[in-house]
Design a protein around this ligand. Sequence first.
Ligand SMILES: Cc1cc2nc3c(=O)[nH]c(=O)nc-3n(C[C@H](O)[C@H](O)[C@H](O)COP(=O)(O)O)c2cc1C
Length: 203
Amino acid sequence: MKQRTLVAVSAGLSQPSSTRLLADQLTAAAVTAAEAHDIALTVKVVELRDLAHDIANHLLTGFPPAALRQSLDDVAGADALIAVTPIFTASYSGLFKSFIDVLDKDALVDKPVLIAATAGTARHSLALEHALRPLFAYLRAVAVPTAVFAASDDWGADSADGTLRTRITRATAELAQELSRREPAKLTDPFALTTSFEDLLSR
Ligand SMILES: Cc1cc2nc3c(=O)[nH]c(=O)nc-3n(C[C@H](O)[C@H](O)[C@H](O)COP(=O)(O)O)c2cc1C
């Protein structure tokens, strides 16, 4: 079985968080979908609420504290990403965007990404298409065609068999398909020596 890593970024602020609930359902479905392609996924969740102060400090100082540095590296090194934000004022939340702002500009190039959102009303579901999808297109990520939106009504008793479940299954199948087409992600170390010690000494 091939080994791959999946990172889920969850930007919910409440505790408990419906955004985190959606992220967990998506990662569980992604693990199952990947198994169908003979891929074993290792999952990490980046909970942005826990990193909110670090993100603000990074924006102010230009340096990420250790926990944020680790999360940024996890995202950059992941084979696939699930990005889930609450909808605030008809768009992604400020915390979500601030995390994206401190990512390296090339961190998501050619990375399969499943975009998802939670909200109070289904009327704002197109925020995924007019806000999140263009953002990930700018970053040259590969956002899968199905985006997953969960409004308050989607968490009803029959949601397990309803539209939300159908979209989760379809979106994670698309993500697994993208994963199966790709070689493992490579992290490039910006401080790595590009010339051997022998070459340096012989100059
Ligand atoms: C500041 C703020 C702005 C919001 N704006 C919207 C909005 O424009 N449209 C909407 O449908 N829900 C809106 N909501 C509701 C949240 O999107 C919704 O409660 C979300 O699922 C919360 O996620 P969480 O439980 O993970 O914190 C807003 C909530 C807050 C706190």
